[in-house]
Design a protein around this ligand. Structure first.
Ligand code: ADP
Ligand code: MG
Length: 628
């Protein structure tokens, strides 16, 4: 080991973002500072995985015989903690790149969240891990000596006090790998004790697959982690608590997972796998982790850290490890994708997961709803993209409907079983929120006849339904469909204030004039009961389902004009018709028609005007109402 400061030495400044991060860390009162060790061990383990992978194909790696291990040494008198690994190492430029900027995932996400999130800093540090820089929560000074696996690279030394600068110099280092020497802060002396280090390793790094030796000033080095590849054990031998512990160490999540699946099979391909569903969506792949994917091993060698081919994309919220001996050991990361074994594994893992979701639904309905609330949208995405798993996915769907209300849920099967004898289709309504769909004029008729309508209010629903189209031979139909064939009498409405033929024609003409080509047609709506009007879609394909998606995704998307249906029995309509025939030049007529139209668009979630436009008009109408 060399600790000699060699000349020449350069002094470099950290990138602004690093300074920002260091500043936050220096001032944080984060109580669980111990996670710095988790971060350093995880880096060492990554470096070991990488050199192990490199050695499969590259015979020029220096020190090929060195044990792949992590060594931790403490010196309580000097308050020094040293962490060594025989991993891939870094040359000078790599030290600058890796420990001088934020090229790396965890820290970047951390900074973004530290700026926006309402969570306290402490929570965020715990959740993300801020990578290498977290060492400055406990360090007065850090010295990194590193030697890359490449024979031609010189060893380099990096040093920093965690202020705005770090220094670099060349150095001598006989062995491959990295050594991190930490001069602990006065109040962090606890981390110079073996018992404390061992205790942190148990809690956060027990499943690291390389041995972690811990050594005090005297005595033998002891391996402090259990190192078991949990996924290679027989499921019957693993306790529930071990899965939980493994999950937490794997993901750095502090919440227990919602579900674990341990899969052991030898045909058609060998697979040992432990997969997890996190408790919350925001903890999982979509937002927090910049990269999702499973850890892929072959014979315990980590081939890929974030493999995205072993599960379909919609299952990206699943975390875990897959190990297969049928993948050739020297497989390149690119080749994993095209390997037929990968396809077999993907099928097997997907089927197994969907089966577990089904069992959960059967065995613990309440827990399943918890799962559905977090991850239902992903399964809907799956329905729209994974034909092979369609049947299993259909069973997993849950809906609110006119029958269930917002508290309970229905499956498609239940809805199909509740269908009335003359009912030919399963009905649904698309919209932005439960609140707006439950008030939709489209539901008048269905409520009146107690026909069930599914509420589809997720962003992805339009897309899903355009792929799903039917369930067990029963078509799924949108209630806003202009050509909907309805099972019951449509004109069962005999309210008193019906509009005569003459005034009605005048009304229709006036509405057409005011709304112009914003509506495709104006006609009588026979299904309306309590609502004055509704907008129905003229297209007879699933294009209209996609309008919801397109409105969000495409900036200048203009939905095709709809048909306006008018309820001749509604008092607002009757009064409007009377006003038009008796007093055609009344200034309230046109604004009232505009407002009626906007109200419908608001309920549909398709209103694109501004609130200001509408407020002005509403005030004009209020003014008149209050005067009379
Ligand atoms: P992350 O691990 O998320 O990439 P870190 O801040 O923990 O971010 O580490 C930054 C980078 O520094 C790593 O990606 C790696 O390239 C490099 N690094 C850190 N520690 C080591 C080590 N012990 N051996 C080799 N490289 C390392
Ligand atoms: Mg790291």
């Amino acid at each position: 080991m060399s600790d000699v400061v060699d000349v020449p030495m350069e002094s470099l400044e950290y990138r602004t973002e690093v300074k920002q991060l260091l500043d936050i860390l220096a001032h944080s009162l984060y109580t669980e500072r111990e996670i710095f060790l988790r971060e350093l061990i995880s880096n060492a383990s990554d470096a070991l995985n990488r050199v192990q992978f490199e050695m499969l194909t590259n015979h020029e790696v220096i020190d090929p015989e060195a044990e792949l291990a992590i060594q931790i040494e403490v010196d309580p008198d000097a308050k020094v903690l040293t962490i060594r690994d025989s991993g891939i190492g870094m040359n000078r430029d790599e030290l600058v790149e890796n420990l001088g900027t934020i090229a790396h995932s965890g820290a970047r996400t951390f900074l973004q969240n530290a700026n926006q999130s309402q969570n306290t800093l402490e929570e965020i540090i715990g959740q993300f891990g801020v990578g290498f820089y977290s060492v400055f929560m406990v360090a007065d000074e850090v010295t990194v000596l590193s030697r890359s696996y490449r024979a031609q690279d010189r060893a380099a030394r990096w040093q920093s006090k965690g202020d705005s600068r770090f220094s670099l110099s060349e150095t001598e280092k006989a062995q491959r790998g990295t050594e991190i020497r930490i001069q602990l802060k006065e109040d962090a002396g606890e981390f110079a004790a073996t018992w404390r280090i061992e205790n942190v390793i148990k809690r956060h790094s027990d499943y690291v697959s390389f041995p972690i030796y811990v050594q005090g000033k005297e005595g033998e080095a002891k391996v402090a982690n259990r190192r078991t590849a949990l996924w290679r054990q027989a499921p019957s031998k693993v306790e529930a608590a071990e899965y939980t512990e493994f999950y937490k160490q794997l993901t750095f999540d502090d919440a227990d997972p919602l579900l674990h699946v341990h899969m052991v099979a030898d045909a058609p391909a060998s697979v040992r796998s432990v997969l997890f569903v996190p408790a919350r969506r925001d903890r999982s792949s979509l937002q927090m982790r910049p990269e999702y994917g499973l850890r892929l091993y072959s014979r315990k060698v980590l081939i890929q850290e974030h493999n995205k081919d072993l599960l379909p994309e919609y299952l990206r919220f699943v975390e875990g490890v897959v190990d297969s001996e049928d993948l050739p050991l020297n497989v390149s990361r690119e080749m994993v994708q095209s390997n037929p074994v990968t396809r077999q594994l993907r099928k097997a893992l997907t089927n197994r997961l969907l089966k577990e979701f089904r069992s959960l639904a059967e065995e613990d309905a309440e827990k399943y709803i918890g799962f559905w609330n977090e991850f239902g949208v992903f399964l809907k995405e799956g329905l729209a993209s994974d034909y092979a798993s369609r049947d299993s996915l259909q069973e997993l769907l849950r809906f609110h409907s006119t029958q269930t209300g917002p508290e309970r849920w229905a499956t498609l099967k239940e809805v199909a079983e509740r269908m009335q004898p003359e009912q030919k289709a399963i009905y649904y309504i698309l919209g932005d929120s439960l609140k707006s769909v439950t008030r939709s004029p489209h539901l008048d008729y269905f409520r009146k006849h107690e026909l069930e309508v599914l509420y589809l209010t997720d962003f992805i629903d339009g897309y899903m339904i355009s792929q799903l189209r039917e369930f067990e031979g029963k078509p799924l139909r949108n209630v806003d469909d202009a050509n909907l064939e309805l099972p019951k009498d449509e004109t069962a409405n005999a309210a008193e204030k019906s509009v005569e033929e003459g005034p009605y024609e005048l009304l229709v003409a006036r509405v057409k004039k005011v709304l112009g080509d914003r509506v495709r047609e104006v006609r009588e709506g026979r299904t309306l009961v309590d609502s004055p009007a509704r907008l129905v879609s003229a297209e007879d394909d699933y294009g209209r389902e996609l309008q919801y998606v397109r409105r969000v995704v495409e900036e200048n998307y203009v939905a095709p004009a709809k048909i306006l249906e008018i309820n001749r029995h509604h008092p607002i309509v009757a009064n409007l018709a009377r006003l038009i025939s008796e007093q055609g030049d009344n200034k309230l007529i046109d604004p009232a028609i505009e407002q009626l139209f906007d109200n419908l668009q608001l309920l549909d979630g398709s209103y694109q005007g501004t609130a200001a436009d509408m407020v002005e008009r509403i005030q004009q109408l209020m003014g008149a109402a209050l005067r009379s």
